[in-house]
Write a protein that binds this ligand. Structure first.
Ligand code: ZN
Length: 456
């Protein structure tokens, strides 16, 4: 990581820590000023926002139109505030990423979102924005009391995506430094190998997708994994009650849930009180809304969230829609005294871990990321992998380019065989839309196989 970025992160971290002591009023005043600056910047520099917010530029945030990922991608060149940035060039750059800290136009870091709720989105950050992204992730560690950050040596293991275009991999490449010995493991690797490498490394901090943290807790409880992390963080997926309990049983520590997404980076995180997650309201305004974009009351799950990323400048994101369903806490006060509002529930971000008979006998658990590796390259608007008693069914909607289903089936079969599974029959069906659940989610990976799921 460049010295320039380290210095920016250290300075920013100091500022963020002070905000823990703000009053609610100080926080709201800061939000108001930051939102004003963001809008001024967008209206002055982004031709898209000039049109999109025409007639609304002096209206309050809640009156502004909703921005979808589809719109961002559709109007990419006009939305970005640097006229030299073109979508075609960014796409070409993305294809060349090899896992290092590569820059686009010698300035921007680029990452893409997986195509879970529509087409894949591309996002980029200049050095100041990237420093804020890194600092926002670091805040989760700070609040948990890790006390490490960038200047103390804390052995950290991150079991997540190492796909070079995912933000987590970009962050990993950025913070890789002698001060933070980090072991990065792809969560799609065979569990046995993950267990072995973690055992050899002995992390003090373990960061993993929630379903993987659960799986590793089971390995620990079964005596196959022997590590003693002081802190366990779960991100990207919902921590189920059972997963939380098992992590606590395995390591004697309550896990910390982190809510983040590529576009806004860190959104919310648990403090040491474990009363829910505090929203990072000084960095991102998160509106929890119903189907008609009206705010939901405390204690009620919203249908989606609208995020306004207060530090976004290269790609201003104002009321950007994400499909997560959050619940604002009914008792907003936390004994920690931080001024940031609490959310005490997320639903819909759960993906099933599918289990198959193993070629070597027994069963093998296949992580969602294994399917993402294949499915995220398919030029489809939406997809779902469903496991039934007869095998796997892949649903595709909004396929944009022609491609052979047989090639997709072959790739999936190869991945599953690589995991040690006896490969089941796989079929592909093209459908107008992916079926959604009652909360409006279309789970990407689900199992209809009766019996306990997601447990080894
Ligand atoms: Zn708190």
């Amino acid at each position: 990581m460049s010295t320039q970025i380290i210095l920016k992160v250290l300075a920013l971290r100091h500022r963020l820590r002070q905000r823990d002591h703000w009053t609610r009023q100080q926080l709201e005043e800061h939000q108001g000023r930051a939102l004003h600056r963001l809008r001024e910047h967008a209206y002055a520099r982004s031709p898209f926002y000039g049109r999109f917010h025409r007639g609304f530029t002096d209206r309050p945030l809640g009156d502004l139109p909703i921005l979808s990922k589809e719109m961002v991608m559709e109007h990419f060149d006009g939305l970005v505030t640097d006229p030299t940035v073109r979508l075609a060039d960014v796409e070409a750059h993305l294809a060349t990423l090899s896992g290092g800290d590569e820059l686009f136009n010698r300035r921007y870091r680029v990452a893409s979102t997986s195509g879970s709720t529509g087409r894949r989105g591309l996002f980029l950050w200049d050095p100041d924005e990237w420093a804020t992204v890194l600092t926002s992730y670091n805040r989760s560690f700070d609040w948990a009391g890790v006390g490490a950050g960038l200047t103390h040596r804390t052995r950290m293991a991150v079991v997540s995506s190492t796909t070079p275009w995912h933000q987590s991999a970009r962050v990993g490449a950025s913070v890789h430094s002698p001060w933070v010995p980090t072991l990065r493991i792809d969560s799609g690797d065979p569990l046995e190998s993950i267990v072995e490498r973690l055992g050899a490394f002995q992390p003090k901090v373990l960061v993993a997708y929630a379903s993987m943290a659960h799986l590793l807790a089971e390995e620990q409880l079964a005596g196959r994994l022997r590590i003693s992390p002081g802190f366990v963080f779960g991100s990207s997926e919902v921590f189920t009650e059972q997963a939380r309990r098992r992590v606590e049983e395995a390591w004697g520590k309550k896990p910390f849930e982190v809510y983040a997404a590529t576009e806004p980076a860190g959104i919310a995180s648990e403090c040491e009180q474990h009363r829910g997650m505090h929203l990072f309201e000084d960095l991102v305004i998160t509106e929890v809304v119903d189907e008609k974009n009206r705010p939901v009351p405390p204690g009620v799950y919203g249908h989606k969230v609208l995020v306004t990323v207060l530090f976004s400048r290269t790609m201003p994101l104002i009321r950007y829609e994400m499909s997560d369903s959050l619940r604002p806490a009914s008792s907003p006060h936390c004994p920690c005294g931080r001024p940031f509002a609490l959310i005490d529930g997320i639903q819909g971000r759960v993906e099933d871990v599918l289990r198959f008979p193993a070629a070597s006998g027994g069963r093998v658990s296949v992580q969602p990321i294994v399917f993402h590796r294949v499915m995220d390259t398919v030029p489809a608007g939406g997809w779902q992998v469903a496991q039934g008693p007869e095998g796997l069914t892949v649903l595709l909607s909004g396929v944009r380019e022609s491609f052979a289903d047989t090639a997709l089936i072959d790739s999936l079969r190869q991945e599953l065989a690589g995991q040690g599974a006896i490969v089941p029959p796989v079929k592909v069906r093209r459908v107008p839309t992916i079926p959604r659940t009652t909360v409006g989610k279309a789970p990407l990976i689900k199992s209809y196989v009766p019996g306990p799921r997601g447990k080894p």
